[in-house]
Design a protein around this ligand. Structure first.
Ligand code: FE2
Length: 432
């Protein structure tokens, strides 16, 4: 399992241009679609934005492949399993705070597609806004099968096991602590050696990009140089390969007579990428008070309302806590944005038990939440010396729209029915 990566670059948001070929001569010189390709490859433009999107937003790549993508029979419905999609209407929306134990590893042979479980989401892919939130647990590689999502780009957060994303545009391996983003439409399979688990944010809205830094300045948070795109890689396999896609909220399948992972070279500014969260330059207070978690934003999918994201991807990585005269964990809060959290490893500082790696929690629009009793008691008594929070990685998909949970998520045996109890028992404030 190896990764070959382009020079790291400034992909998320504003479009570096990459050029890569696995065979010399795969990339035509001087034109995108020559009359005759010198190797007989087929040119294909993959557009991730409208043709007419402003240059600063425009994302497209040219692929040069062994056979046209169009060469396949009609798609047929595929077993939907536990995959759901916006509009999320299979269960009534719930205002309740929710938390789930880790998604169990499968007991039967299960690949990445078969192991997808939708917890909830919002919006509608047809309206180009909102997100779908899925987890996956699998124990075997996808064999003679690829997948792509026509409904949104996929931000994947591996939580357990080494996993390799073999895409049309190259290979990216990823371990817990790294993330992988696969553009809408890009076909891939997931390979593994043993059990894997992780989280997926399916982004129906604007493509993820690194956030503006404002007064922080030109450096900090996720630095552009640390995003890695793959080099061209292809396979020349003349054997039936199933292609499963998500389109219009449904899963569909067809069978190619060959592997569609046959792109010999590509150039452009639309590509899958990987980011190692250990390279995140974490900012925080050096005086007092608890900054809003937006200071930890890795990627954002903006909406048409300035500063109000369709989705922010926020991490809570290892960091120093030095604030004086301050309750250092997150205080109680109610938020117009809705917060879905996961834990890759370690322990989250506002919850010392019950929120386990591979688990999840949801604090929906305006639902009150914050530290549990044990975390509160510890924080108010803490000796406020500098402390380093280590060996932990929690994250949040934060969205402008309430998150509607699926029927599966609301009735799963992994749901912690006593979650509300973590906020019982607080003493009344003393005003007398
Ligand atoms: Fe919160």
């Amino acid at each position: 399992m190896t990764t070959r990566a382009n020079a790291p670059g400034y992909l998320p948001g504003f479009g570096n241009h990459f050029s890569t070929e696995a065979v010399e001569g795969a990339l035509p010189e001087g034109r995108n679609s020559p009359q005759r390709h010198r190797l007989g490859l087929y040119a294909e433009q993959l557009s991730g934005t409208a043709f007419t999107a402003p240059r600063s937003e425009n994302r497209r790549s040219w692929l040069y492949r062994l056979r046209p993508s169009a060469q396949h029979p009609a798609y047929q419905p595929f077993a939907q399993g536990k995959v759901r999609s916006g509009p999320f209407v299979d269960a009534p929306p719930s205002p309740n705070r929710m938390r789930w134990d880790p998604l169990p590893m499968p007991s039967e042979p299960t690949d990445w597609v078969e192991g997808l479980v939708t917890y909830g989401g919002n919006g509608d892919p047809d309206a180009a806004g909102g997100i779908g939130i899925h987890l996956y647990a699998a124990n075997r590689s996808m064999i003679d099968r690829v997948f792509y999502c026509a409904d949104g780009e996929l931000l994947i957060v591996p939580q357990a096991g080494q996993q390799v994303f073999v895409t049309e545009m190259g290979r990216l391996d990823a371990r817990p602590g790294e993330i992988v983003v696969i553009p809408r439409g890009v076909r891939f399979r997931v390979e593994c050696e043993g059990e894997i688990r992780g989280y997926v944010c399916e982004n129906y809205g604007a493509i993820f990009r690194i956030p503006d830094l404002g007064p922080i300045g030109a450096n900090g948070l996720a630095n552009p140089r640390d995003f890695e795109t793959p080099t061209a890689w292809f396979e020349d396999l003349d054997r039936p390969t199933e292609c499963v896609q998500k389109f219009g909220g449904r899963l569909w399948t067809t069978t190619f007579a060959h592997s569609p992972l046959d792109v010999v070279g590509w150039h452009g500014n639309l590509a899958p990428y990987r980011y190692d969260t250990a390279k995140f330059n974490t900012m925080g207070t050096v005086s007092f008070d608890h900054p809003d978690p937006s200071i930890f934003t890795v990627l954002t999918s903006p909406s048409e309302t300035a500063g109000t994201a369709n989705c922010d991807f926020v991490i809570f990585p290892p960091r120093w806590m030095v604030a004086e005269d301050t309750f250092r964990p997150p205080w109680f809060h109610r938020n117009v944005m809705s917060e879905f959290m996961g834990l890759v490893f370690g322990e989250y500082d506002a919850k010392e038990g019950g929120f386990a790696p591979g688990g999840a929690s949801l604090h929906n629009c305006m639902s009150g939440h914050g530290p549990d009793q044990a975390s509160y008691d510890k924080a108010v008594k803490a000796d406020l010396k500098p402390v380093k929070i280590e060996n932990t990685l929690a994250f949040m998909f934060e969205s402008r729209m309430p998150i509607r949970t699926t029927e599966w998520a609301q009735t799963s045996p992994t749901m912690q029915l006593d979650y509300d109890d973590v906020w019982t028992g607080f003493e009344k404030g003393r005003i007398g």
